[in-house]
Each structure stands twice: as structure tokens, then as C-alpha cells.
Design a protein around this ligand. Structure first.
Ligand code: ADE
Length: 240
């Protein structure tokens, strides 16, 4: 898989790029690249943004700047790009990222992530260059870089060989293997700590009983989560 992140702050990805699942994915031939809008701006003095027409606070990432960066990377008119690859703008109002959306993206051969800054993108970027808008939550980040890292993180860890044990990504919270529910509780040594024991069944070595216990506790945790948020978590997922 090939992921390109367009950003004004490629240096922000230094820490992320060194994480084990990312280096594993790259060692297996996947690619994660960065394009700095500023390196391709047709404007003077590295300008990339401008004041919003109609007035108001903040600055808007210009459509000509985004076009220049996309053209520099792909050598085509970005209007035709979305036919060949998912071009995803990171915006607070986009489609909410969830496990099903991550699975969908992890199946793509090529992905482009556009990070915004300031007040976001000129609407014409979203209307003409982009196949999807994606949000990592209903709050506003100072920029799309953290959102891009979240998206890359969730995708890359699902690729075969990225995690130490591929099973980790199979039976985890929200996965089909757990019926979309949250994961069961985990325990490790010591078996007892400050009088807090590990559930006996997990020490029993009895695989069937352990599987049943995990299933029940996944269900229980999910119901508690549902009660806390006052929403039907599974219904929400099914509705996309
Ligand atoms: N850019 C700013 N806020 C964002 C969010 N919540 N999700 C994705 N991109 C963003």
C-alpha cells in the first residue's frame, strides 16, 4: 500500500514514522510519503493560505496551492485523481472514522491524505479534488496532522505483518471477530496484586471456558459502554 500525506508540517511525523508497526509495514514494501504544500506553492514567499472571502477569523488553505502540490506529486490534473485513488481530506465534519472505515481504507492500494491547517480548505478543494472527507471525532484540531497520524496508525497496524502477532488485529475491539463489540479485559502477572486477584478461569488453562468468559465480558463491557454514552453503539456502527 502506498500512502501520501500532504501537510505543511512533515516534521511532525518523525516520531510516528519510527513506531514499530510503521517500520514493519515499510520493511514489507508499504510506502508512507509526505508532500509539503509549501514546497510547491506558485505564490511568493511560500504563501499557502489566504483570508476568507466574506470576512471572518482565520486563514484558508488555497485551492491553487493544493492543486500545485497534487500536480507535482502525481503529474495529472487533480480533478481526475479520485478515479485512480482515494483522496481524503481530513476535516472535523467528514465521515467519522470507525473500524469498518479503517478496513475499507486498508484494502486500498493507494491513498492520499490531505491535512488542513487554519480554518481548513477552500471549499473547491473538497468539491473537485477529493473523494472523501474524514473526521477522527467531532472536535476541532489545530491541524490535520494528528488526524492523518491516527488514520495511518489504524490502517498500518491492520496490514499483515505490521504487528508482532497478526492475531492482535483480528480479535480486538470493534472487530468482526468480536461482533463489533469492545474487547474483553486482559490480565498479566502477578496473578494477585494488593489483594486484587486475576479471575480464576484465566489461570485454568481451559480454552473453552476462557473463550466463554471473554465472550461474556466483551458483551458486558459493551453494554456498560452503551449505558455510559446513552447511545446504541452497535446500532451506530451498523448505520455507518
Ligand atoms: N482537522 C481538524 N479537526 C479534525 C478532525 N476532528 N478530524 C479530522 N481532521 C481534522
Amino acid at each position: 500500500m502506498e500512502i501520501d500525506v500532504f501537510t505543511l508540517f512533515p516534521d511532525a511525523f518523525g516520531w510516528f514514522q519510527r513506531q514499530r508497526h510503521v517500520t514493519n509495514a515499510i520493511a514489507r514494501g508499504h510506502r508512507l510519503g509526505y508532500v509539503n504544500y509549501r514546497d510547491h506553492t506558485p505564490l511568493n514567499a511560500g504563501q499557502v493560505d489566504d483570508m476568507p472571502f466574506g470576512g471572518g477569523a482565520g486563514m484558508v488553505l488555497r485551492v491553487d496551492v493544493v492543486e500545485a502540490a497534487l500536480r507535482a506529486r502525481y503529474g495529472v490534473d487533480p480533478v481526475s485523481l479520485a478515479a485512480d485513488r482515494r483522496v481524503i481530506a481530513l476535516t472535523p465534519s467528514g465521515r467519522l472514522l470507525d473500524d469498518a472505515f479503517v478496513d475499507e481504507l486498508a484494502r486500498q492500494e493507494r491513498l492520499t491524505l490531505l491535512s488542513g491547517r487554519y480554518e481548513g480548505f477552500d471549499q473547491r478543494v473538497l468539491d473537485h479534488f477529493v473523494s472523501d472527507e474524514l473526521s477522527i471525532g467531532r472536535y476541532v484540531l489545530a491541524g490535520g496532522e494528528l488526524a492523518a497520524m491516527v488514520v495511518c496508525d489504524t490502517i498500518l497496524r491492520k496490514l499483515p505483518g505490521a504487528l508482532g502477532d497478526d492475531e492482535s488485529a483480528v480479535q480486538e475491539s470493534f472487530s468482526p471477530a468480536l461482533g463489533g463489540r469492545v474487547e474483553y479485559p486482559h490480565y498479566t502477572r502477578p496473578a494477585e496484586y494488593r489483594g486484587w486477584p486475576v479471575p480464576e478461569v484465566l489461570l485454568s488453562g481451559h480454552h473453552e471456558r476462557i473463550a466463554r468468559w471473554r465472550h461474556e465480558h466483551s458483551r458486558e463491557r459493551d453494554d456498560q459502554g452503551t449505558a455510559r454514552t446513552g447511545e446504541d453503539a452497535r446500532g451506530r456502527r451498523a448505520g455507518g
